[in-house]
Design a protein around this ligand. Structure first.
Ligand code: SAH
Ligand code: MG
Length: 189
């Protein structure tokens, strides 16, 4: 759904979720009967609209004003204002005021652990966390060949995060080679 938004994102180089990753996300929303979603990183509202079209209520956080405005416009265009709330803020300053069934993290890739620690207190036991771009465009396995120091440093952070996540015994986590690499973690206690 929302193919016009998908096309707009492709033309304008806005990094929306890949088709395969979106299918994985939506499949899990159905499988776990997700009602309330917290999304970190709205961009133009494409993933939020897709999740809301399954009936979930979505709170989505975006720190870039242009992206925020585009998300707001797209959400009104499709009449999902009562299903999706867009928060214009840096997610690291936002404190939720309710508990969620799903946290979808799709923002600054070097900050995954910070987002995870900040928001999982607001995840119900049995709830899930899904994170996008853990393969970072396939570069994760080529770290040593990367010339740019900044990129190498970010890839190392993503790699360290993957290990931290798998070792976190409060969650049962899997990293799946779908889309651009996604994790799914179930909160055990
Ligand atoms: N989930 C969207 C794509 C998000 S792209 C989709 O699939 O349709 C990542 C977005 O995260 C960008 O728009 C970027 O501005 C935003 N972002 C990055 N770091 C952030 C932060 N700390 N707080 C809020 N938004 C952030
Ligand atoms: Mg993404």
């Amino acid at each position: 759904m929302f193919d016009d938004l998908k096309e707009y994102a492709l033309i304008n180089h806005i990094p929306i979720i890949k088709d395969e990753g979106l299918s994985f996300l939506l499949l899990n929303i159905k499988k776990y009967n997700i009602k309330d979603v917290l999304e970190v990183g709205s961009a133009i509202g494409y993933s939020a609209l897709n999740m809301a079209s399954l009936g979930a209520k979505v709170t989505t956080i975006e720190r870039n004003l242009d992206m925020y405005n585009e998300a707001i416009n797209n959400i009104s265009k499709y009449n999902f204002q009562d299903k999706i709330e867009v928060v214009y803020m840096d997610a690291l300053s936002y404190t939720p005021n309710k508990l969620y069934d799903l946290i979808f993290i799709d923002a600054a890739k070097a900050q995954n652990q910070k987002f995870f620690l900040r928001f999982t207190p607001f995840l119900k036991v049995g709830g899930i966390v899904i994170i996008d771009n853990l393969n970072f465009h396939g570069l994760i396995d080529e770290i040593d060949d990367i010339k740019s120091k900044n990129l190498r440093s970010m890839l190392k952070k993503i790699k360290a995060f993957r290990e931290w996540l798998i070792d976190n015994s409060d969650y049962k986590s899997e990293i799946i080679d779908v889309g651009d690499g996604m994790s799914i973690s179930i909160k055990l206690k």
